[in-house]
Design a protein around this ligand. Structure first.
Ligand code: AMP
Length: 374
């Protein structure tokens, strides 16, 4: 029999349902951790954040925080022993840290799920293994660069296998002669070469999977990027119903393949021919799901806390015919006085002091009563 930090005995620690008042640990202290901590507080949980950097956005809304490295074994153990379950808000946490934490407490999602989602080759191979199409791709090392270019063709996109985000760690290859320079620009790290997809739109599915494998998803979201950074997310995505159903079913299969617990997001390209192609999976709550705070009955943050606490999922029902979330990036925060002065715009600021270019400072959500309202 195991005893949780909420003091209740249970037969199967994997299926323990945390009682309100239990402690939840979050690795990472950014805005996703901040919004998770706020949702957790609403559900009566207490939050302990673990992050390597000082002054993190989540610290000001969490009861406890620890500043320590992700490979500090002693601090990880102290942290694990202080909480009933640990989760993540940041996907570049070393999977080894999760393995270490799992020796002392529940960890959701698992180190194995995280390790797959961190590696662009592993995640695309997993997607294909459950019948979800991806762009053509090939593994790239110094030895295989030329054969990969021959196989995948051009134009294509070279990406580092790990640690890429917001377009960082990527280089476009327009013709085979560009390949060496592109690989050098990524410091010859292990890479993936992907066929360049001239997509019609980008969509994502934000879903939640419970400890019992139950699956719920929000409506398919349409995403627009500027300078490789998410600018707006709109629901519902302007795609036919059968494609929306296909995206949700593909996401369910991916969650099952990862034996995932918690909220995760899957990004897809929709081609002009109406084909859905897997791009990547984010093993965490996702920027494209921020609209759910006002726009759905249970937000992605509540869904994640519910799932990692072993609770049933809430309702993903949308609250308006159309919902639009706009990110406030860098100097966009200068428009905050106008946003505050206008009606119908829900403002979220992440408490970051400095508005550097490309930095996500906050977001705004609008609910529209008419699906076609501009
Ligand atoms: P990623 O980090 O893989 O999500 O890539 C960031 C953005 O780059 C995506 O949201 C797309 O806009 C673009 N992109 C990534 N991969 C491809 C691809 N294979 N073809 C065309 N555009 C891509």
């Amino acid at each position: 029999m195991a005893r949780g930090t909420d003091g209740r005995r249970c037969r199967d620690p994997q299926h323990v349902m945390l009682a309100p008042g239990a402690w939840i640990g979050i690795l990472g202290g950014g805005q996703l951790g901040r919004m998770l901590a706020m949702a957790a507080a609403e559900l009566g949980f207490r939050i302990h954040i673990y992050a390597p950097e000082p002054d993190q956005p989540a610290f000001s809304v969490a009861e406890r925080h620890t500043i320590a490295a992700y490979d500090d074994i002693a601090q990880l153990e102290v942290f694990a022993r202080s909480v009933a379950v640990v989760t993540i808000e940041f996907e570049n946490v070393p999977a080894l840290a999760l393995e270490q934490l799992a020796r002392f407490t529940l960890v959701r999602p698992s180190a194995t799920a995280l390790a797959t989602a961190q590696d662009r080759i592993l995640e695309k191979t997993m997607a294909r293994s459950v019948g979800v199409d991806t762009p053509a791709f090939a593994e790239v090392t110094a030895e295989t660069l030329q054969s990969a270019v021959q196989r995948v063709g051009t134009p294509s996109v070279l990406k580092t296998r790990r640690f890429g985000y917001d377009g960082k760690g990527q280089a476009k290859i327009r013709q085979p002669a560009d390949a060496v320079a592109a690989f050098d620009s990524l410091k010859q790290q292990p890479c993936i070469l992907e066929a360049f997809i001239s997509f019609e739109r980008e969509v994502s599915v934000v879903a939640s999977r419970g400890v019992d494998g139950s699956f719920t998803a929000f409506d398919v979201i349409e995403n627009e990027h500027q300078n490789h950074i998410l600018a707006t997310s709109t629901v519902p995505a302007r795609i036919p119903d059968h494609l929306a159903d296909e995206a949700i079913e593909a996401t369910r299969r991916i969650g099952d393949a990862l034996a995932y617990t918690g909220v995760f997001a899957v990004e897809y390209f929709v081609t002009g021919a109406g084909k859905l192609l897997f791009n990547e999976v984010a093993p965490r709550v996702h920027n494209s799901g921020h609209w759910t705070i006002e726009g759905a009955e249970s937000s992605q943050f509540h869904q994640h806390i519910r799932a990692v606490a072993g609770w049933p999922a809430g309702s993903t029902q949308r609250r308006a015919p159309r919902v639009v979330m706009t990110n406030l990036i860098g100097d966009d925060v200068l428009s905050v006085p106008d946003i505050v002065a206008s009606k119908g715009k829900s403002l979220h600021l992440y408490g970051k002091a400095e508005a550097r270019a490309g930095r996500k400072m906050g977001h705004v959500t609008q609910l529209f009563r008419d699906a076609d309202q501009p």
